[in-house]
Design a protein around this ligand. Sequence first.
Ligand SMILES: Nc1ncnc2c1ncn2[C@@H]1O[C@H](COP(=O)(O)OP(=O)(O)OP(=O)(O)O)[C@@H](O)[C@H]1O
Ligand SMILES: [Mg+2]
Length: 316
Amino acid sequence: MSVQSTEGVLAGRLVMVTGKGGTGKTTFAAALALLSAARGRRTLLCEIDNQRPSLTPIFGSEPRFGPQQVRPGLDMCNIEWEPALESFLEGLVPSRRIVKLILGNPIVSKFLDVTPGSQELVELSALGQYVDQYDMVIVDMPASGHAFSLLDITRSAMGLFRSGPVRRRASELRELLTAETTRVAFVALPEEMVVNETLETIQRMRSFELIGGEPVVYLNRATLPTLTDGERELVARLGELELDPAEAEFVRAGRWEDVLEQSTAHSRERLQQGLDLEPVLVGPVAPGRSAREVVQDVAVSLGREVGLTRRDLSWT
Ligand SMILES: Nc1ncnc2c1ncn2[C@@H]1O[C@H](COP(=O)(O)OP(=O)(O)OP(=O)(O)O)[C@@H](O)[C@H]1O
Ligand SMILES: [Mg+2]
């Protein structure tokens, strides 16, 4: 079974973080970016055309199209549609005046709105440009379904355009995506539906050969086993007895812990069997932490795996 670790992720050049909605994509993208910068690699953390950027509460300022520094060695940006399109056209059309004319033409905007995939191609293209400028680009991708179509777009565009500049751009991007140093990090939770979606998306990405590097799966909010088999049996037996309220409360807590541990174990087994890879388990952080603090705690927890300490990651 392949063991994919954070070490492997940090060796990449383009890392795309995806997963079902609300699993922790933004948190893990930001945490991985902090680790990468702490390793001394010039790192860019991107989100894609988010109207209300999720990086704002984490870094305390709003990411824009142009990268801005948020800590030493770490920049962030938001690949907003209009400037991304302008920059894409500038790469294809030599004259700025013509680019302005194209952008100002309502038929062109209509055409782009209804042409499937044009938006994805433009957004990916912006990522491609950043890969040339940074040691590492980490992308807070949309949720799995949309992420899949975003990554699949180079293939469709190459089917659509047999020659010309768009075809060339699409084929360069395809080369980037299928490089060994391009990786997808999936964030999953120990829940049936989330694991299903993770399995399906990774299997589909593999069968389409969309991405060069092996995927890594983070099982977030995992509950690591603490109960022994004997304790588990005891808790189950106690649950059947008539107990006074305080005792019953205590047993309920034990049973809940058992349920959580088992759902983590079950999810982990399904991921191992379905994908032939070992997920990386990350526990829940203490309740009441802000989005920024959760990122920091997750970074510390992933950092332990690669020999970085809280001190290396202090960023206030
Ligand atoms: N290990 C964890 N322990 C506790 N809270 C966590 C953990 N991971 C993420 N969170 C919290 O869960 C919430 C969702 O996380 P996040 O925003 O990273 O998910 P997302 O997948 O990016 O969501 P969306 O699909 O909305 O973009 C946030 O409030 C985050 O702080
Ligand atoms: Mg998010």
